[in-house]
Design a protein around this ligand. Structure first.
Ligand code: MG
Ligand code: MG
Length: 268
């Protein structure tokens, strides 16, 4: 069942998404070598609760934290730990908020300190693939057009691995609603989109092969070949002419511009 949102509901989702990005920008402002996943998780939770909202992931299917913190070869769903981040790590931070009955969801992958050019290219390509996908989130297009945009750019043009097993999703009163939004697909395939559909688009792109596995904690997804993986996510409302991006990574990137330890990723 797909729930189409009213303009008022979309504004509530936007408020939740902006709080997610506020939490991610606070995280971005303190990230540096030597800090831990648990420390950034506490910061994010405080920001969210100080705004009268609730962390969207904590307790979801038993997930124990506010943030999914996925380091290097970890793709998504990493649990924050005491392990310190090192110079050259990439940290995918995924955050959800529940406020005024609606969820917001967004993710950004942060390069810590000096990151190799190869890995920075992976990040920037993944982020670029997200915006190419968002360009397709227009009334009349199909969900397959979104997946095709990511897959064509990341796989065909850049020879990276596109994770198939985990997908984007509708979002609203539930964190995960129909439809599923895969990062692969064929043009003109899948459900047709119309105004009022709100979806989280979240390419997960591997530097090597697309194959993934589960870590022993039962949550963390890792690349089979242990090469790095990147993840960027926006929540967007499908529009008649263009998509309305409800989350805002400029909040995160302006915080990073003031943090000498982490550079903003940007797009090609
Ligand atoms: Mg997310
Ligand atoms: Mg999501």
């Amino acid at each position: 069942m797909v729930y189409y949102k009213t303009k008022e509901e979309i504004e509530l989702i936007r408020q939740s998404c902006l709080l997610v990005c506020k939490a991610l920008s606070e995280v971005g402002s303190i990230l540096k070598p030597g800090i831990t996943g648990l420390e950034i998780d506490r910061v994010a939770e405080t920001v969210i609760r100080d705004h009268g909202a609730v962390p969207g992931f904590k307790g979801y299917n038993g997930f124990p934290a506010t943030l999914c913190v996925s380091v290097n070869e970890q793709v998504v769903h990493g649990i924050p730990t005491e392990m310190v981040f090192k110079d050259g790590d990439i940290i995918s931070v995924d955050c959800g908020v529940y406020m005024n009955d609606f969820f917001g969801d967004s993710a950004y992958t942060f390069p810590i300190g000096e990151v190799s050019d190869d890995v920075l290219r992976l990040l920037k390509t993944t982020n670029t693939s997200l915006y190419k996908a968002i360009d397709k989130a227009v009334e009349g297009n199909r969900i397959g057009d979104i997946g095709h945009a990511v897959q064509y750019y990341a796989e065909r043009e850049n020879n990276y691995g596109v994770v198939r097993e985990l997908v984007g999703h509708g979002i609203g009163r539930s964190l995960h609603e129909a439809p599923e939004v895969p990062n692969y697909g064929r043009k003109g395939n899948g459900p047709k989109m119309k105004e009022g559909l709100v979806i989280a688009i979240e390419p997960m792109i591997n530097m090597g092969k697309r194959a993934i596995g589960h870590a022993e904690d039962g949550w963390t997804i890792i690349t089979k070949d242990h090469k790095p993986s990147a993840h960027f996510e926006h929540t967007v409302a499908v529009g008649r002419e263009k998509a309305d991006i409800l989350s805002d990574h400029t909040l995160i990137e302006s915080a990073l511009d003031k943090n000498p330890n982490v550079q903003a990723v940007g797009v090609f």
